[in-house]
Design a protein around this ligand. Structure first.
Ligand SMILES: Nc1ncnc2c1ncn2[C@@H]1O[C@H](COP(=O)(O)OP(=O)(O)OP(=O)(O)O)[C@@H](O)[C@H]1O
Length: 355
């Protein structure tokens, strides 16, 4: 599969990313709003012209600002699909899908049969004669996908392709994408805010925070053991960062010590990870003998899979989630502003190297 090297530096947007994507298929870029994910895609697609940028796809240099190389978007063999699929309204669906190959010089008949094949594969052959302006959101997104793939791009950029669709249609299109992308040799960069996209589509994940990649690794590793603050939130874990002071002990910046499993060298930066289901909430004295006891103040409550997810803020300003039953929540009188003590057994805490 074609490797992709991306170096994008845009100081005015606070973006400085330098990554190589050369493993299997779909790499997801995740991160908070404004982190720089779409900026990276736009630079790779050629919609932005940063002052410093180098993008190499296989053996083709698409951009190298140091060498004065800049290929225009239509010569990159890169397709970008966003959340608002734009079909040419005056062309029918078949014409829309055949348009790209035609523009690349493919003869009319061949472009038409290529379009038919993609419409068939995406299960939208029955829409072939519809106008681009007569499609639902899910149909339009499938047509856009067919249109992108009919050009046989070396790289497909997907910028939140499912976020404008309702849950059922998104699930449907995600399924189609999964079938198409797994086993295909098209390299894909996928920007998403949806955990399901990562779970079902991504092989590899880069976490972008504040314009930098703060964590990178196989999707299964990130889902199991996230090490950046964003990735932990993304997969619903608590993450506390500090310094290892003894085997299985991490001191947080406010002096609190978290006990857990792990034998990292003393003095190193580490993260302590725990599941909200393993955090007990106390008002008043703590019972039992948990190893980690953290004073905190409740900031908010939310329903979560039949339970209440309580969020509390520690003295060092870290948000920690804890799952409590609705009954316990009512009996303890938990509400925003309540001072609580969070208790976690060492068994429920994993200590990993900080990213
Ligand atoms: N057209 C633009 N002109 C100037 N600055 C921009 C422009 N678009 C985005 N930015 C800035 O660039 C930075 C990165 O934005 P970008 O849209 O790439 O983030 P993102 O990670 O894709 O966010 P989101 O998840 O909200 O889509 C932000 O500070 C943003 O304000």
């Amino acid at each position: 599969m074609t490797a992709l090297q991306v170096r994008v530096e845009i100081p005015e947007r606070g973006v400085a990313v330098d990554e190589t994507f050369d493993g299997a298929g779909v790499s997801a870029l995740v991160g908070p709003n404004g982190a720089g994910k779409s900026t990276v895609l736009a630079a790779v697609a050629g919609l932005l012209r940063p002052r410093r940028c180098r993008v190499v796809l296989g053996d083709r240099v698409l951009v190298d600002t140091d060498a004065g190389t800049w290929l225009p978007p239509h010569r990159r063999r890169v397709a970008l699909l966003g959340q608002d699929p734009l079909a040419f309204p005056h062309l029918d669906v078949r014409g829309n899908v055949a348009f790209g190959p035609r523009a690349q010089g493919v003869p009319r008949r061949e472009a038409g049969s290529r379009a038919d094949a993609w419409l068939e594969r995406l299960d939208i052959a029955h829409l072939a004669g519809r106008r681009g302006s007569e499609l639902s959101g899910g149909q339009a997104q499938r047509v856009a996908l067919a249109r992108a793939l009919a050009c046989r791009p070396d790289l497909l950029l997907l910028d939140e392709p499912l976020s404008a669709l309702d849950v059922e249609v998104a699930a449907d299109v995600r399924h189609v994408l999964r079938d198409l992308l797994h086993g295909s040799d098209t390299r894909v960069l996928l920007v998403t805010h949806d955990l399901l996209d990562v779970v079902s589509l991504a092989h590899d994940v880069a976490v972008v925070e504040g314009g930098r990649v703060t964590e990178r690794g196989p999707a299964v590793t990130l889902l199991d053991a996230p090490r950046s603050a964003f990735a932990a939130r993304f997969v619903g874990r608590n993450l506390l960062r500090g310094t290892v002071i003894a085997p299985g002990q991490v001191r947080l910046p406010d002096g609190l010590v978290v006990h857990g499993r792990g034998d990292l060298p003393v003095g190193g930066e580490a993260v302590a990870l725990c599941d909200p289901a393993d955090v007990a909430v106390h008002v008043g004295p703590v019972t039992g003998s948990p190893r980690t006891v953290i004073p905190a103040v409740v900031t908010d409550l939310a329903t979560h899979a039949g339970a209440v997810r309580l969020w509390a803020c520690t003295p060092s300003g870290v948000r920690v989630g804890a799952d409590v039953t609705p009954l316990a929540c009512a009996e303890l009188g938990l509400r925003a502003g309540t001072a609580v003590t969070l208790a976690v057994k060492a068994q429920g805490v994993r200590i990993l190297p900080a990213p």
